[in-house]
Design a protein around this ligand. Sequence first.
Ligand code: PRT
Ligand code: ZN
Length: 223
Amino acid sequence: MKPRDRLRIAMQKSGRLTEPALELLKRCGLTFRQSRDKLFCFGEGEPVDLLLVRDDDIPGLIAQGVCELGIVGRNVLDEFRVTAGRDSEPLAELRPLGFGRCRLSIAVPQEFDYREPAQLSGQRIATSYPGLLGAWLGEHGVEAGVVTLAGSVEIAPKLGTADAICDLVQSGGTLVANQLREVDVLLDSEAVLAGPQALPADERGDLVELLLKRLDGVIQVRE
Ligand code: PRT
Ligand code: ZN
């Protein structure tokens, strides 16, 4: 790929992380001219541009070198890290960002008397995170069926397509509404700044260093 002298940051186009991510970048002194299609935003002060994409695409875009940094949930970053092939560029969590907090948890129907992971043996578990769930089941020596769903995971037990679920939980309201109970936490998540393990050895690497310094200042003030 041709070297670039401007830095690219990928972030969610429209969703829970969009507003807080834009706010954080603004506080780091970055402002953007919004383009009409809103996929690419040109940075006005520093040579830093934004790519507005689906959150699921962010780790792959960093791994391919399309952008240097991404703001994404740890849940999405770690799922990519668990499932990416060995040839894929290894990614790093550079900073936790303190917003978008949630947990990736196992939840079971209210009547399931859950005490330990071993009880999931032979059960079907619906999730959008087959990599992280598979790793957790492996750690606990549990062999279960993993049913991968893109969305609406919480209704799978009611539909009879799964016995339990592994999904993101924040307030717990969605679980209650579906007569489910959170019983084990696989991952504590929040938005993170993701990047490649090895930063580019050119101006873009220097820009990342500058941005990290500003970010640390902003996060310190907020704490
Ligand atoms: O379109 P795109 O693919 O970009 O968006 P998306 O729909 O995949 O993502 P979005 O905007 O829903 O979430 C983006 C990120 O926000 C996630 O990857 C998490 O890192 C973080 N986050 C924080 C959450 C939640 N809280 C959350 N509560 N993501 C999803 N939820 C969902 C959860 O899946 C469940 O359906 O909200 C429901 C549970 O919420 P409670 O409050 O009822 O427990
Ligand atoms: Zn998504």
